[in-house]
Design a protein around this ligand. Structure first.
Ligand SMILES: *[C@@H]1O[C@H](CO)[C@@H](O)[C@H](O)[C@H]1NC(C)=O
Ligand SMILES: *[C@@H]1O[C@H](CO)[C@@H](O)[C@H](O)[C@H]1NC(C)=O
Ligand SMILES: *[C@@H]1O[C@H](CO)[C@@H](O)[C@H](O)[C@H]1NC(C)=O
Ligand SMILES: *[C@@H]1O[C@H](CO)[C@@H](O)[C@H](O)[C@H]1NC(C)=O
Length: 329
């Protein structure tokens, strides 16, 4: 039994030595970087030990691990969380007896994540833009403390849109991205960029371009972002000339319609007048009253016409009868 105890103790010692050496190497390699950054920060800000840059997509689950030390060798695990202007939130986990505590931590989305044979990790679910900051885990062991630091960066994928604008122009937009997206065009045009910063920490990037060269018909906009790259294409309208003629056509169309309607109306009036003059019979409807005098006139006239006709025919008949009479005579 005492022999087995000794071997496990040796193993532990060996492991800790390895970690200490690793820590020393990483510390020496980071020392220049730390010097530079600590000069840039004032004393009120968190201790700078940016070991790991951790980009995380918004609305996903993030798990931050402490140094990989066998959990049985750990006395206390501490997370210090520096987010925004708030005082740091400190969470501690004591292994024996099992006890957790927290100071100035109000965020319900942050919890301990317990895993077998491992030091409990810090879980953030879901990640919000406000979680961006510095997270530091300190593991206290009988032979010293070990650290892991994370600079958490929250990414938001932009929504990419491309649409036509007037006069051979197009607008490419990367809406509400974090950090700001980069936009480029093929072929290159005459572009004007614009940035819109939202209060929630996202940025809308817009690029409006113009292609004076009439040869260019299809343009592509490429959006580069930490969350992915997008490409969209669009066909430019044939040119300003066509659109101008269209505008002219649209503006004079009502005038043409009015003129045609007026002409038709005029024709109708003229037609009515002629019709009234030529009309010889009464017609039903509205015009009946107007036609009445003419109608009675023709009616009065007709017997006269008939009588003269009758006279003429009777005369012809009489002549023929007379001729026959002569023949027979
Ligand atoms: C907790 O926050 C308050 C201010 O809200 C501050 O006065 C106090 O020092 C903080 N506690 C710790 C342990 O940082
Ligand atoms: C940020 O705000 C903009 C504008 O109000 C909104 O369109 C966008 O969805 C918001 N994004 C996030 C991640 O909250
Ligand atoms: C556009 O077309 C003209 C001739 O039609 C040609 O000389 C010129 O090189 C073309 N430009 C581009 C960018 O293709
Ligand atoms: C986006 O494009 C850049 C430049 O071409 C490339 O380095 C990067 O890996 C691309 N990212 C993704 C997610 O495809």
């Amino acid at each position: 039994m005492p022999c087995s105890w000794r071997t496990s103790d040796l193993q532990l010692l060996l492991m800790l030595t390895v970690f200490l050496v690793a820590e020393c190497i990483s510390a020496s390699s980071n020392s220049t970087q730390q010097l530079v950054s600590s000069r840039n920060r004032n004393s009120s800000q968190p201790p700078v030990e940016v070991d790991i840059s951790l980009p995380v997509l918004v609305d996903t689950k993030a798990v931050l691990s402490c140094p990989p030390i066998l959990s049985t060798n750990v006395l206390i695990t501490t997370w210090e969380i520096f987010v925004g202007d708030k005082p740091p939130c400190i969470r501690t986990h004591r292994r024996d007896p099992n006890k957790i505590s927290k100071i100035n931590c109000t965020d319900e989305r942050m919890t301990w994540l317990y895993r077998p044979d491992q030091i409990p990790a810090l879980q953030i679910d879901p990640v919000a833009i406000t979680h961006e900051g510095y997270y530091r885990c300190t593991v206290a062991t009988p032979i010293g403390n070990f650290h892991h630091g994370y600079q958490l960066q929250v990414l938001v994928a932009p929504e990419v849109t491309l649409f036509q604008s007037e006069h051979r122009s197009a607008v490419c937009k990367a809406v509400s991205g974090r950090p700001a997206a980069r936009i480029s065009w093929t072929p290159e045009g005459d572009c004007v960029p614009a940035y819109e910063y939202w209060s929630n920490g996202t940025v809308t990037v817009q690029s409006m371009c113009h292609w004076a060269d009439g040869n260019v018909s299809i343009v592509s906009c490429s959006v580069f972002h930490e969350t992915g790259n997008w490409s969209r294409s669009i066909e430019l309208n044939p040119g300003a000339k066509t659109s101008k003629t269209l505008i002219i056509l649209y503006s004079i169309l009502p005038i043409i319609i009015v003129v045609i309607m007026g002409f038709v109306w005029l024709l109708k009036i003229i037609g009515c007048r002629k019709y009234k003059l030529k009309k010889t019979e009464p017609t039903p409807g509205v015009e009946e009253d107007e036609m009445q005098p003419y109608a009675s006139y023709t009616e009065k006239n007709n017997p006269l016409y008939d009588t003269t006709n009758r006279v003429k025919t009777s005369q012809v008949l009489q002549n023929e009868v007379d001729g026959m009479n002569i023949h027979t005579l």
